[in-house]
Design a protein around this ligand. Structure first.
Ligand code: EPU
Length: 432
């Protein structure tokens, strides 16, 4: 499927955020920890959530969805073997912890790297092994068992991985004794997951300095939880407002989830107003945007999923900006596409920044110079991954004339009915 976009128009109006992709998918998996029903409100209609529902159904979950409310119940685990799903996402590895906790065994497929880097899961595997799991690594899958059950222990994560933190929490809530996770990730989606687990009966403490304490309980029960709004959608729409010189009210956007982004947006010359029910994003004057120095980091730093829409803004800034990506080694593929549309982005293997970086001197293209301002022109593009896909859409909406973006299924994985919602802001975008 493709989008045909006629750009060059200001976008104005209101758009409501969907429930967060990176919370909703994890909550489906968390629901497996109990036989009772869990109710997830504000459930997003996105591809990744569909794939995760297929996964849950395949192991025995019953799911109904009505008016954005999803109810899931897994009375029994029919199989602890998660087969490779045709449309892949990275969620199956997170089923290891809950399946081990509930039935003492699990098999999940090995997912290869993807377009943003190799994405290993060694930290997940080490954490679960420390908790008593025996994990055999076969060419195509992990086969895990916990013959004596999982037990709590002290775990120091080598890197504050979001997925590994979630996997460990999901395994620890029903494990015997106390698990302490040092150097844990503390993204808002993780806090949201913890809130759901607390409602289900778990005991989880968020300590200072990235330490999370979990006291295992014997049993969890069902719960009702409203999924937090998607902060990545919020950033995409904020960049769209400033890039097209329009004014967009992003309903349900929460300042607390966006503090670092809001500072960056103001520094580059965009503006926002936090009002009841959301945040209004706009460009306050006709001055050109200003360049910036961006370094992505784990929360509360500047998120890796925000650099792509921001890079589009920086192509319009008066001067040279730098972006240093410290989370993924290969997240600048989209620079080539933007250059095709008139941008001037040079990708570098050097660290263009001060933050400690795992990719230093390792030859990865993980930094970029963005020179601006450049006039952008339409083009024919193929989506590489979800976040570069949204950058394509923003660029196409700025560039005067007709752009064609192919492979939009990738964008549908994380953005709910994006074309329909953008049309309500005045965008000329058609799906074919
Ligand atoms: N890493 C390892 N070993 C591991 C786990 C991670 O080396 O065992 C490395 C990764 O290769 C990567 C870094 O650690 O370089 C960060 O990975 P992390 O585990 O934190 O990311 P994730 O859980 O796989 C989630 C989001 C991503 C988001 C990152 C960072 C989901 C489903 N995905 O991925 O979202 O960029 O956290 O915040 O929650 C997206 O939504 O488009 C997306 C890619």
């Amino acid at each position: 499927m493709k989008f045909i976009i006629n750009g060059g128009k200001q976008l104005n109006g209101e758009i409501k955020l969907a429930g967060a992709k990176n919370a909703a998918t994890k909550m489906l998996v968390a629901s497996i920890l109990t036989a009772e029903p869990c109710v997830l409100e504000n459930f997003p209609e996105i591809g990744d959530a569909q794939i995760t529902q297929e996964l849950c159904r395949s192991i025995g979950s019953e799911i109904t969805v009505a008016d954005g409310v999803l109810t899931i119940r897994t009375p029994e685990i029919k199989t602890s073997k998660v087969v490779s799903l045709s449309r892949r996402n990275r969620i199956p590895i997170l089923a290891l912890g809950p399946l081990l906790a509930r039935v003492g065994e699990a098999e999940v497929p090995i997912l290869g790297g993807d377009k943003i880097g190799p994405r290993p899961v060694d930290i997940h595997i080490d954490a679960l092994t420390a908790m008593g799991a025996k994990i055999e690594i076969l060419p195509d899958r992990y086969v895990a068992s916990a013959p004596n059950g999982l037990h709590g222990t002290k775990i120091e994560l080598r890197y504050p991985s979001v997925g590994a933190t979630e996997n460990t929490i999901l395994a620890a809530v029903l494990a015997a004794g106390r698990t302490v996770i040092h150097n844990a990730a503390i993204e808002p989606e993780i806090t949201d997951l913890i809130e759901m687990l607390q409602k289900m009966g778990a005991i989880i403490e968020l300590g200072a300095n990235r330490v999370i304490y979990i006291d295992g309980v014997k049993k969890l029960h069902g719960a009702t939880h409203r999924i937090m709004p998607d902060r990545n959608e919020a950033v995409s729409f904020a960049c769209l407002a400033v890039a097209t010189g329009g004014k967009i009210l992003v309903k349900e956007a929460r300042q607390e989830d966006l503090i670092t982004f809001l500072n960056t947006l103001r520094r580059v010359g965009g503006e926002y107003e936090v009002i009841k029910g959301g945040i209004l994003f706009f460009k306050p004057n006709s001055e050109p945007l200003k360049p910036a120095v961006i370094e992505t980091d784990t929360h509360p730093g500047f998120m890796t999923d925000w650099q792509q829409p921001l890079a589009v803004l920086l192509t319009q800034a008066n001067g040279a900006s730098t972006i240093h990506e410290t989370v993924y080694e290969d997240r600048f593929g989209y620079a080539q596409d933007l250059n095709l549309m008139g941008a001037d982005i040079k990708v570098e293997t050097r660290c263009l920044g001060e933050l400690p970086c795992r990719f230093k001197n390792r030859g990865f293209n993980h930094s970029a110079f963005v020179a601006g301002p450049k006039e952008l022109r339409p083009a024919q593009l193929v989506v590489r991954d979800l976040r570069s896909g949204i950058a394509h859409i923003i660029v196409a909406l700025i560039a005067k004339g007709e752009s064609v973006i192919e492979g939009v299924e990738e964008i549908d994985r994380g953005y709910e009915r994006i074309d329909e919602r953008l049309r309500q802001l005045g965008a000329d975008i058609r799906r074919m």
